[in-house]
Design a protein around this ligand. Structure first.
Ligand code: NAG
Ligand code: NAG
Ligand code: NAG
Ligand code: NAG
Ligand code: NAG
Length: 271
C-alpha cells in the first residue's frame, strides 16, 4: 500500500526500425487483444494471463492480497478507459503485469520464491516480477520496459520520489494509490468502482495488510529495518527491539568519531 503523485510523457517507437520487426513483437505500442473483467476492458495477452494465473495462488491463504492486486490493476485500467489520451500514452501490458505482481513479496506461503531474508518486500516483488517476465523470453520486453516496471514496483511506497519518472512507472504507483481509503477519484467512473469492488471486495484489506506487515517484521527483520515495516515489528513482534534508523544512527555516531579525529576543525551551525 502506498502514496501519491503523477507525471506524463510519451514514448514514440523508432519508426526506422519498426518496419523490420514482426507485428506481434512491437505489439505493446499497438492494439492488443482485450477482454473484460468486472466489466472493465483490459489487455489480454499470454503474459497477462500468466500473471493472473500466478497470483491466483494467493487466494487460499491471502484472499485480500489477490483482491488488492486485481483492484489495483482494474482501477488503473478503468482510469485509462476513461481518457483516450492517457490510454494511448501508457504501456498497457507493462501496467497490467506491474500492478498484478507489485506485492509478490507479501506471499506468506512457506518457501515463497519471493521471500528474501534481507530485502524490503517492494524489492522482492520487483525482482520477482522482472524474473517472471524474463522467463517468458519475449523479444518485446527490452531492458527499458523491465526497468520501468521494476521502478514502479520498488517505488510503490515512495511517491515523493516519483516526480520526473516516466508515465509507466508513475501509473503502477498511481493505480495502487486508488486503493487508499478516501473519496473516490474523479478519474474513475462510479459504475467502474462499483463493479470492481463487487467482484474484488476490499472488506479485509486492512486486517490482511496488518497481518502481512507484522509477518514481514517477524520473518525478516533485516528487510524491515529502516522501512515503515519497522513500526509493525516494534508494535507487534515480541523481542523485535526498538525503532531503528540506519542513516540517523550512522550519522550521529559519525559526528562523535569525527570530533575525536579532527578536534581543531571549525564547524559553524546555521540553524
Ligand atoms: C487525460 O490524460 C491526459 C494525459 O495524462 C491529461 O493531460 C488530461 O488532462 C486527461 N484528461 C482528463 C479529462 O482528465
Ligand atoms: C526461455 O528460454 C530458456 C533458455 O533458453 C528455456 O529454458 C525456457 O524453457 C524458455 N521459456 C519459455 C517460456 O519459452
Ligand atoms: C473499500 O471500498 C469502500 C467502498 O468504495 C471504500 O469506502 C473504502 O474506503 C475502501 N476501503 C479501503 C481500505 O480501501
Ligand atoms: C495487527 O496484527 C497483529 C499480529 O497479528 C496483531 O497483534 C494486532 O493486534 C493487529 N493490529 C490491529 C490494529 O488489529
Ligand atoms: C589541536 O590544537 C591544539 C592546540 O593548538 C594542539 O595542541 C593539537 O595538537 C591540535 N590537534 C590536532 C589533532 O591537530
Amino acid at each position: 500500500m502506498k502514496f501519491s503523485g503523477l507525471v506524463s510523457c510519451l514514448a514514440v517507437a523508432g519508426a526506422a526500425t519498426a518496419g523490420r520487426i514482426p507485428t506481434q513483437q512491437r505489439s505493446h505500442k499497438h492494439a492488443l487483444p482485450t477482454t473484460k473483467i468486472a466489466n472493465i476492458e483490459v489487455v489480454d495477452t499470454p503474459l497477462v494471463r500468466d500473471a493472473l494465473e500466478l497470483i491466483k495462488a494467493f487466494i487460499p491463504l491471502q484472499p485480500y492480497l489477490y483482491n488488492h492486486l486485481m483492484r489495483s490493476w482494474l482501477f488503473g485500467a478503468a482510469a485509462f478507459n476513461n481518457n483516450a489520451t492517457l490510454k494511448a500514452a501508457v504501456d498497457l501490458e507493462l501496467h497490467a503485469v506491474g500492478t498484478l505482481l507489485h506485492d509478490l513479496g507479501w506471499d506468506m506461503r512457506p518457501n515463497s520464491p519471493w521471500h528474501s531474508e534481507n530485502l524490503p518486500f517492494e524489492v522482492d516483488s520487483a525482482l520477482g516480477a522482472v524474473a517472471f517476465v524474463k522467463d517468458h523470453n519475449l523479444s518485446t520486453w527490452d531492458e527499458n520496459r523491465l526497468e520501468r516496471m521494476h521502478d514502479g514496483i520498488t517505488l510503490q511506497g515512495m511517491t515523493s520520489y516519483l516526480n520526473g519518472k516516466n508515465i509507466d512507472t508513475n501509473w503502477i504507483v498511481q493505480s495502487v494509490i486508488f486503493e487508499f481509503p478516501g473519496p473516490r477519484s474523479p478519474l474513475i467512473r462510479d459504475a467502474d468502482y462499483d463493479s470492481i469492488l463487487a467482484e474484488f471486495p476490499n472488506d479485509t484489506v486492512f486486517r490482511g495488510t496488518n497481518e502481512t506487515f507484522t509477518w514481514l517484521a517477524l520473518t525478516k527483520p533485516e528487510g524491515a529495518r529502516g522501512t515503515f515495516i519497522d513500526y509493525f515489528g516494534v508494535s507487534y513482534v515480541p523481542g523485535y527491539g526498538p525503532q531503528t534508523n540506519t542513516a540517523f544512527e550512522l550519522i550521529t555516531a559519525g559526528v562523535a568519531a569525527e570530533i575525536a579525529q579532527y578536534p581543531n576543525s571549525t564547524f559553524q551551525s546555521h540553524i
